[in-house]
Design a protein around this ligand. Structure first.
Ligand SMILES: Cc1ncc(COP(=O)(O)O)c(C=O)c1O
Length: 457
């Protein structure tokens, strides 16, 4: 069959609210031109994030009713632990309320001044949690991953040669662990190949550095390996995921992505001593070791979600729906990261708005225009999110200026996606009318969440 249908039926619906263009112009201005300050009910199609926005299945809701809320030793915890262990093989599994809580614990225990943490590309919360301890977060993405227009199968790969040099220069003793983020969210949701995971692990082994995987989108990554990497076509996604994790010494996970839940996460590892230190901190900051900041019912939903996400009909539909949007945009000449990634389309704002320089935040201009034109909420991943200042206060932009349209899992059908494509094309047609922005307020860390902007006239 040519048409790939959603592999589910809709059982419960939530109405969406329509607003006019005039209303949206006012609403985004009142929000300081920052979509994080919009009220969700003023958004028609919410592509701000794929995190915590999944539609849960009837079995997950049934699990919610079945949750065991015992403070210690809840049966829901053991179900969750078994589900995580089946996929990851990890010895010690520590629930947390979301991904950044796992990061906070891991880096508080392992980080500190003088320490360095390489990754293909650190996600914003990962970077922030590392830097918060005084340590440095280092991105070692391969070169093709930095060029939106180059098509390659595994643009999330780490540059292994750069990793080797980095370890030589820095000293392995100053690198408590190395990370791989699969898929690479900040770099276009691009996958990491099994070969790259294996090679990174070999380098880590040689230097006695543990390898941690940021596994938020592990199932999407495993599906790309199945489709694109030689030798994996006949393997199940579960087998591929198991192999990926067999090279890891530990995992951080936001269950809000590929565990198909609205809240949850975990930290997992094989080192008992490290697990003990993490658990001690967990008790201070999250909760007891068998719930870690979650309710028993949330653990049930995660366990069920981890099983459902490995369904290959689901993954086929999931990856295809992103690709479908990408194809429509590419056909109309809209510059995006190619090929489309696993969970989102990333517009290349540099090529979309070549006349607006990074200091005037071209990505933010597109984000605001998409909201005004069609009530679509997206997010800038460029100089607003990752720009730093030099000593003279001049902006040092990141390699790419992107706008991410993240597709929530199992939420929107094809007609929504067609509508999104139409709105993007309309904004693209009128791009000459877009203006740059300046920041009028920013927080010292993770500024994109709370920054306020003014249009430059
Ligand atoms: C790659 C990656 N790591 C970590 C996180 C943080 O997870 P959470 O939002 O659950 O704290 C995210 C969230 O978007 C992510 O995409």
């Amino acid at each position: 069959m040519k048409t790939i249908i959603e592999p589910f039926k809709i059982k419960s619906v939530e109405p969406i609210r329509f607003t006019t263009k005039e209303e949206r112009k006012k609403l985004i201005q009142e929000a300081g031109y920052n979509p994080f300050f919009l009220h969700a009910e003023d958004v028609l199609i919410d592509l701000l994030t794929d995190s915590g926005t999944s539609a849960m299945s009837s079995k997950q809701w049934a699990g919610i009713m079945d949750g065991d809320e015992s403070y210690a030793g809840s049966k829901s915890f053991y179900k969750f632990e078994e589900a995580v262990r089946k996929i990851t093989g990890m010895k010690f599994i520590i629930p947390t309320h979301q991904g950044r809580a796992a990061e906070k614990i891991l880096f508080t225990v392992t980080g500190g001044k003088g320490k360095y943490f390489p990754n293909n590309t650190h996600f914003d919360t990962t970077r922030a949690n590392i830097e918060f301890t005084g340590a440095e977060a280092i991105d070692l993405l391969n070169e093709t991953g930095k060029h939106p227009e180059i098509r390659a199968d595994f643009k999330g790969n780490m540059d292994v040669e750069k990793l080797v040099h980095f370890i030589e220069k820095t000293g392995a003793e100053n690198i408590p662990l190395c990370m791989l983020t699969i898929t690479n969210n900040s770099g276009g949701g691009q996958p990491v190949s099994m070969q790259n995971i294996r090679e990174v692990k070999q380098v880590c082994n040689k230097n006695n550095i543990p390898l941690f995987i940021d596994a938020c989108r592990f199932a999407e990554n495993a599906y790309f390996i199945k489709k694109r990497e030689k030798g994996y076509a006949q393997k199940s996604v579960l087998e591929i995921a198991q192999e990926m994790f067999s090279y890891a010494d530990g995992i951080t996970m936001s269950a809000k992505k590929d565990a198909l839940v609205n809240i949850g996460g975990f930290l997992a590892m094989n080192d008992e001593k490290l697990a003990q230190s993490c658990r001690n901190l967990l008790i201070v900051t999250e909760g007891f070791t068998t719930y870690g900041g979650l309710a028993g019912r949330d653990l049930e939903a995660v366990a069920q979600g981890l099983e459902e996400v490995l369904d290959e009909h689901y993954l086929q539909y999931r990856i295809r729906s992103i690709e479908y949007l990408g194809e429509r945009l590419i056909a109309a000449g809209v510059p995006i990261i190619e090929p489309p990634g696993g969970h989102a389309i990333y517009i290349d704002a540099k090529r979309f708005l070549p006349d607006i320089p990074p200091e005037e935040f071209p990505g933010q201009a597109i984000v605001c225009a998409l909201y005004i034109e069609g009530g679509i909420r997206s997010v800038e991943i460029g100089s607003v999110m990752f720009g730093k200042y030099d000593k003279s206060g001049k902006l040092i932009p990141p390699p790419m200026e992107l706008v991410r349209l993240a597709i929530p899992r199992r939420v929107y059908t094809q007609s929504y996606i067609d509508y999104v494509a139409e709105i993007i094309l309309e904004v693209f047609k009128n791009k000459k009318s877009l203006k740059g922005f300046k920041i009028v307020y920013e927080a010292p860390m993770l500024r994109h969440f709370t920054a306020r902007f003014e249009e430059i006239n």
